[in-house]
Each structure stands twice: as structure tokens, then as C-alpha cells.
Design a protein around this ligand. Sequence first.
Ligand SMILES: [Zn+2]
Length: 370
Amino acid sequence: MLIDAMGWEVVRRHHAFETLAPNRKPLETVLGYSSGAIPTILSGRLPEQHGHWALFPRAISGKSPFAWTWILRVLPRSWQHRYRVRRLIRETTRRRERITGYFQIYDVPLWLLPRMDYTERVDLWSPGGLAPLLGVFDRWKKEGRRYFCSGWEGPDEDKFDRAMEAATDGAVNTLFIYGTELDALMHRVGTHDPEVGALLRRYEDRLARLLESMRRVDGRDPELWIFSDHGMTDTLGSHELMKSVASLSLKEGRDYLAFYDSTMARFWLETPASREALVPMLRALDYGTLLEESDLAGHGLKFSDRRYGDLVFLMNPGQLIAPSYMGHGAPRAMHGFHPADKDSPGALLTPEKLPESVTHIRDMFSLLTS
Ligand SMILES: [Zn+2]
């Protein structure tokens, strides 16, 4: 089971899975979000190799799945943030582009959308999700493994129900469950709330029942591996970075483009003036760091083109960009800080012997395919 955002510190704080999976270790993660971390787990490669990092890269070839939305610019400004308008944009784009992956447009401004591309167009949880690379599910399909994968959609309880059905009718002997509710819960209540421990215990209970029924059907003890893509950091403060950038005497859209995630801002520089103004301004901010090219290369983020930006400004742990294109307010906890921060690592938990070779989330690929 892959539990989104089940950080090493979260596991320790809430004594997660101590009965079911007592052997555990932290897993180093990649800089960024699940959109980069999950393809890393499923392919065993770093973002520069599998190409997935942030959800919104620049539309480099000029072809954007959102190109059609230019007609909506006639809408009154106040309408552009309405939930129903944004849902219409999302659903129309999904249908037109036949997007089967996790697809959200959050609060990305309408004027910016036609200049952006979208990374997760194909469902990562099916064979072909990382084409041309072969991921875990391609390998499982090729070797004829009888497996069930829950995918990302729907409530976690439904995923367990479907897994239970698949396990009890004996059709499969491998279950892969992707739980997303711990992530959502901690964004809402923080990492210390007792609700977090309660949800982890519900997961433990459901997993124990699944193992029991697999044992009954198969007569053998199934292996159990519980792991995560990254950790979670409680929010300490928030900063209006968008406002500070807008106060420079540059014109957004002409001199530069910017994309504001909650812990990271990426900039595309179109004129020399934009570099001259943005670089010293970002360097002077005390709540984050302007990453050097060598930092990015060290994180496996050396892309062959500019699609993810020319500059990356990373917030200090616990400090958020708010408002951002992810939403107006600041969540109680967030991930996407520096991988070396104590709250960033994910975790691997098992009743089996821990493999020494697995220390980073990308090492999960060889474990899952061995
Ligand atoms: Zn999250």
C-alpha cells in the first residue's frame, strides 16, 4: 500500500502500523510533489529521466491542452474563480484531450492556462502510464502477474472494498492500494491531530483483514509493504510572494511568466530586465531560497528544455506561498519542501526483512518488481 504523505516523522509520532509492520526506515524523496514522486516510485528513475515533475509545465511547443479556453476571457473577472466555471473548464479539457490521469486546474488564472501544458495526461496507475518508459504495472502485465490496483480515484474505503473483493474471489495474488486520504486530512488538520492517528489505525485494521482473507484463499502468508511518496510539514507561516513579485516594474506575461505552487515558485524569463529584477529580489527574501542550477541537477531536475522554468524559488520548511495557484488560504500542513528537511522523507514499513538497498523512493521500483 502506498499512503500519500505518510512521512517518517508522521509514522513515528502516531506509532503507525507497529503491530502489522514493525520493521521500518525513512525513504528519501524528490524535490516537489506527488506529481514527481509517484512516477519516480513507479519507474525507478528521477524526474529528469521520466519527465514528470510539476503538474503544470510551460507549453513549450506552443500546444496547450487549455488553448481552447481563450474564448472564456470574455467572462467577467469575478466569474473566472467560480467553482462551476472552473469545473466546466476542467471537464471540457479532460474530454477534449482524453485525459485519464489525475486532473485538476486548482486556481491557475484563466489567462495563464493557455500558456501551460499538463503533465499527468495518462493514468499512472495503468500499464502505459509512463510511456515510453516501462513502469511497475507494465512489468507486472508483461510477466502475467495477477494483480489488482486501486488507482487514485474514489474514497479509500472503496479501494479497500474493491481490493477485498478481488482478494476473496482468488482472481489476483497481488494488491496495490493507493491511499490518498491521509494527505488530504493532514492538509486540513496538521500532522499532530489525533484524527491522523485514528486514520492510520483504520488503514492498519483494513490491511490486517485483507491479509487474513488472502491467507485464507491462498493458504500462504502474503508479504506486506507499506510505503509513501513524501512526508508532511506543519505550517509555520505564509507569505504573499505573488504581491512582492507583482510590485517589480516588470510586466507579467511579457517580461516573465510565473507559476506559484504552495511551496515553490517557478519563473520563465523572457527579457534580460526580468532576470535583472527578479534574481536579486528573490535572493533577498528571507523565507526561501533561489535554487541554483547545480542544486536542481543534484535533485535529478536537469531538464533538456525550459518547460519547468528558468528559476525555481523554494520556500523554507513550514513557510507557504499564500495565496498561490493552489488556493487562496494556507493549509495546516504541506509538503514540497527541501528533501533534506526532517519532515520531508517518506517511509517504508514491513513485517519482512528490510532491504538495505532501498533508501530512496526510486528504489521502490526494484522492490516492487522483484
Ligand atoms: Zn498533498
